[in-house]
Design a protein around this ligand. Structure first.
Ligand code: FAD
Ligand code: DLZ
Ligand code: SF4
Length: 509
């Protein structure tokens, strides 16, 4: 029998559809999974994320063993320093003469893995991750020759390519590609948010929780609230529950902010998609079936599918298209250090405090909290782009750089000169008030712009418009706002900018 191949599976590649398993010889080849210090500490990951990944890795190793594979599993307490070290030892243990892996989702690790072959002296083959619906080549050919990459056009191509939500003539169901206008409702507690079923932590998960409590004592995350699925079956059950109980309201409240609930009617599946427990096309097809069976509105189904078939694939395309230079971009030269209270949530701004606290405690915030509450504040206050991106990479359970970076640097902070978003997502407190019910319980007033009771988002919004007016004037949509600002009385403008200066000088420590 020829020498075995060592097949490496990373912590976010936990799927039987992982291309590294295609053509594997169950009797001959060895599989390697390793919990290693380097991956677990390149940012202070939320403890929920570490538990999710380690426990899901352990469960997946058990599935592979049931299928007859020989699996080397290195657990965190064995003290393996890096994936490279695990592979080096795995080669010795297995006698393999080649390493096979699926390309990783982060550029830093790709560069590292590309150096392994010469160091190890055996072939190290990296395969494309075909669990995504748009290959890197496909995105490149779509992007070539375009100055701006608009998600909407990319999304339409993806709908056509995968035959999702199309009628018999291949046209969009309902006659429109996009029902975004129906998905912008605000929240006034109009209906009850259903309770999510929780998943009991089994022995493996409990063991991992104990390990993470001890080894990552200083990381964010309240593990007494750990309730994530760690197997494919449980992740699917969570998604089935969403389709039955929350999907129909997803569209109505997609952009809403609620005091009562961190997750409202959102899917809570990004972490499962990102680590391989759910597959993107299957999820979209299940939602399409729900609509065809009359179980949700077309606006809800289209809105949800657009996030996965559109946004998720599109941001990954942007990441690989523009890295590594992308990570250095900083349109507004934003360099103010991250306030320490980003790591505690201790601020009087109610909307921001709630979004930060739940992000730290649970590792979850929905899109509008990430974009229009936390990201918007960081944009308006000019917080350092690199520090903000690292914060997002650390705190969310679903954070991997291929998806985190374009969303944070590009969409929320407009750091990429508008490659991703046609205008900065800058908004005053009035937007947050319209979208939710935080303001009622806040010590600030969203109707005031200056003075002790004034909502800080208001003066910071105008401060941002004022300090970046040269850049913003060139943007058709922002130009009108800058024009309106310049027409205001000079003494009003000065009072607002002075108040913004005061907030920046006092609120960021
Ligand atoms: P739902 O609202 O139920 O949406 C369904 C699915 O659509 C999500 O599970 C996700 O897979 C996909 N999706 C929705 N929006 C996006 C998007 N903009 N980009 C990519 N996929 C999307 N998502 C991550 O998976 N990891 C991240 O690290 C991450 N960082 C973000 C940072 C910022 C500043 C912003 C604005 C967004 C970020 N997102 C990230 C996208 C989005 O906020 C999350 O995917 C979503 O909140 C996850 O919750 P959910 O599963 O309940 O999503
Ligand atoms: C996020 C993460 C963590 C916390 N730990 C591990 C690990 O110990 N072993 C591993 O293989 N993967 C881990 N991961 C996921 C990797 O960081 C991920 O594969 C890369 O960031 C590429 O997306
Ligand atoms: Fe947020 Fe301003 Fe409303 Fe307070 S008043 S909750 S800070 S938007």
């Amino acid at each position: 029998m020829s020498a075995p191949t060592l097949r490496l599976i990373l912590g976010d590649q936990l799927s039987l559809a992982n291309p590294v398993l295609a053509n594997a010889d169950v009797k001959r080849d060895w599989i390697l999974l390793a919990e290693v210090a380097e991956e677990a500490s390149y940012v202070p990951h939320n403890r929920h994320k570490i538990v999710l990944i380690f426990s899901a890795m352990r469960h997946f190793a058990a599935t592979l063993r049931e299928q007859g594979f020989t699996v080397i599993y290195r657990s965190f307490d064995e003290g393996v320093s890096s994936l490279y070290a695990a592979v080096e030892e795995g080669l010795k243990q297995s006698g393999a003469d080649a390493v096979l892996a699926t390309a990783p989702g982060e550029h830093r690790l790709l560069v590292d893995m590309q150096s392994w072959e010469s160091k190890l002296g055996v072939p190290v083959l990296l395969q494309e991750d075909d669990r995504f619906l748009a290959s890197r080549d496909y995105f490149e050919s779509w992007a070539s020759g375009r100055k701006q990459f608009r998600m909407e056009y990319f999304y339409r191509e993806m709908r056509r390519q995968y035959g999702v939500l199309l009628d018999e003539d291949g046209e969009p169901e309902g006659g429109k590609w996009n029902y975004d206008a129906d998905n912008r409702g605000g929240w006034r507690a109009q209906t009850t948010v259903p309770d999510r079923p929780s998943i009991a932590a089994d022995d493996i998960t409990q063991e991992v929780i104990a390990l993470v409590e001890e080894s990552f004592a200083d990381n964010p995350g309240d593990l007494s609230q750990f309730r994530l699925a760690v197997t494919r079956e449980d992740a699917q059950a969570q998604f089935d529950w969403f389709c039955a109980h929350a999907l129909d309201n997803f569209g109505n409240y997609q952009d809403a902010l609620a005091e009562e609930s961190p997750w409202m009617f959102h899917g809570l599946i990004s972490m499962y998609l990102n680590i391989g427990l759910l597959e993107p096309l299957a999820v979209c097809q299940q939602v399409e079936r729900a609509w065809r069976d009359g179980r949700c509105s077309l606006a809800a189904a289209e809105g949800f599918i657009r996030q996965i078939l559109g946004w998720r694939e599109y941001v990954r395309g942007i990441y690989w298209h523009a890295m590594p230079e992308y990570a250095q971009r900083n349109t507004f030269e934003a360099r103010h250090p991250l306030p320490p209270w980003f790591w505690t949530g201790d601020t009087d701004m109610r909307c921001l405090s709630q979004a930060l606290k739940q992000s730290l405690e649970l590792g979850y915030a929905h899109h509008i909290q990430r974009l229009m509450v936390i990201g918007n504040f960081a944009l308006l206050a000019g917080l350092d782009v690199t520090e903000v991106c690292e914060w997002y990479l650390a705190v969310y359970v679903d954070a991997f750089e291929w998806v985190e970076l374009p969303n944070t640097l590009g969409m929320a902070l407009h750091g990429d000169h508008g490659l991703m978003a046609s205008k900065p997502y800058a908004a005053s407190g009035k937007y947050i008030q319209r979208q939710g019910n935080h303001c009622k319980a806040c010590r600030y007033d969203p109707k005031q712009t200056t003075g002790d009771k004034a909502c800080p988002y208001n003066s910071l919004y105008w401060h941002f418009i004022n300090r970046h007016q040269d850049y913003l004037t060139k943007n058709a949509r922002m130009g009108l706002i800058v024009g309106g600002w310049k027409k205001r009385d000079a003494s009003d403008r000065k009072a607002i900018v002075d108040w913004g200066d005061r907030i920046l000088a006092t609120a960021l420590d």
